[in-house]
Design a protein around this ligand. Structure first.
Ligand code: FES
Length: 98
């Protein structure tokens, strides 16, 4: 008995990384979108300004903090990309909300 394989390619959606349009597979994370956009670094550290990029991709290292749809300090690896999402790299410290 043969079974047909489901379509191996997921649909793509368009997101904006630093105002550039990037096509990503549906279900990918915002961090994956940043990497697909060609940015190895997604944030700069608050004290020394050292570049950091997604490392663990599972919510542990916090090296993927980004501004997503205007909200800073989001863990990009834990946020699913949705069509039209705006992702910006984060430079330095951001204020915490009360
Ligand atoms: S890549 Fe490590 S917490 Fe997001």
């Amino acid at each position: 008995m043969f079974r047909t394989r489901p379509d191996a390619r997921p649909a793509t959606i368009a997101v904006f990384v630093e105002d550039a349009t990037v096509l990503v597979p549906e279900g990918a994370s915002a961090a994956a979108a940043v990497l697909l956009a060609g940015h190895a670094a997604i944030r700069e550290t608050a004290v020394t300004g050292s570049p950091r990029g997604p490392l663990c991709l599972m919510g542990v290292c916090f090296d993927c903090l980004a501004e997503i749809d205007g909200v800073p300090n989001r863990q990009a690896c834990m946020v699913p990309a949705v069509a039209g999402m705006r992702i910006a790299r984060q430079r330095g410290a951001r204020a915490a909300r009360p």
